[in-house]
Design a protein around this ligand. Structure first.
Ligand SMILES: [Zn+2]
Length: 137
């Protein structure tokens, strides 16, 4: 008879499900390492009916849903998408930085204009003082 699984068995089953989910959904792009920790190798299929197709495959691969064997095209296509997104993000960040710098230059330019005005007033004041002092002599 089948009883309901005990707590430890349930935990082990949950861990296994989490791991299978990670293996199934945790990959995007060209993998560097399988979730099992083994390195990924570039495999060219020698299986008839699949001959010559390329895969990114776990070096400890077994067909048990615990390892990655990702079609080469799929991995490369996702890698391109990922890189494109990263480039777009960088572009957005650079545009924001440029916009911030333009605002900063505008503020500094306005301050400079204000300081020039103050310098002109000071120069006029000095000229007036000098003229007043020397005209009295
Ligand atoms: Zn693996």
């Amino acid at each position: 008879m089948w009883g309901s699984p005990d707590k430890a068995t349930m935990k082990a089953m949950m861990r296994e499900m989490d791991y299978i989910t990670l293996v199934a959904d945790g990959q995007r792009g060209i993998p560097k390492e399988c979730p099992c920790g083994a390195r990924i190798v570039h495999e060219i299929s020698k299986i008839e009916g699949d001959l010559g197709n390329r895969y990114f495959t776990c070096s400890a691969y077994k067909n048990d849903r615990f390892h990655w064997r990702i079609p080469w095209f799929h991995g490369v296509e996702e890698e391109f998408d990922k890189l494109r997104e990263e480039i777009e993000e960088q572009k957005d960040k650079q545009c924001q930085k440029l916009s911030d710098l333009e605002a900063q230059v505008k503020r500094m330019s306005e301050e400079l204009k204000k300081h020039r005005g103050m310098l002109e007033k000071l120069k006029d004041l000095v000229d007036h003082v000098v003229k007043t002092i020397f005209d009295g002599w």
